[in-house]
Design a protein around this ligand. Sequence first.
Ligand code: FES
Length: 236
Amino acid sequence: MADDNKPVEPNPTAAAHARPAAPKPPAAPMPDLAGKTTTAASAGGAAARTAAPAARPAAAAATGRDADDSSPLLNRRQWLGLAWGAFSAASAAALAATGRFMFPNVLNEPPQQFKAGLPTEYGMGVDERWKDKFGIWVVRTADDDTVHASGFYALITICTHLGCTPNYLPAENKFKCPCHGSGYHLSGVNFEGPTPRPLERARIVLADDGQILIDKSRHFQQELGQWMDPEAFLKA
Ligand code: FES
């Protein structure tokens, strides 16, 4: 006979059946008809969209998005616009860089040949009007030491020592280089300082219109006997 007072052993199987049911996980998102995911929370939004179908095309037109596009990021059309903008900017930069090589640096040197006005515009002595622009002194003399005639010669304003530009010193009747002290007579012949040779003369002739024409592309050197060249001195 069974003992009613015997404590009852707990039944693990019964306990397991008596445990309260675990909470159910939220329902997985279900794709709606438009291919977008829908949750229970967004179901109200879907209902709202269904309730106001007429308002969507107007909003889509205003934002440039598709009518059913609720993505917070850029839509496909905007991405395409951005991509084209970046591509156009890169192309323009590359074109500009290429064009830069089509036009090399150009040195704007003064022309080698120029007209220096009429002989009657010059007095005796050194004229410095062309020194800064063309690097030339026009000298008018009554008796040139080399040619033994009156006329004009064009001295190039480059020191024959190391290439500095000498100064004309009227009070001392000479050219003096400020770099190392070379000195030149008005004829261009050197007489002091380290320079080993005279200044050079440039071609000087009379142009068809009667003006003095000076051509720096042709030099004449005294030590080579070139000052005797007819184009190294303009008789007048
Ligand atoms: S460069 Fe003229 S004296 Fe030296």
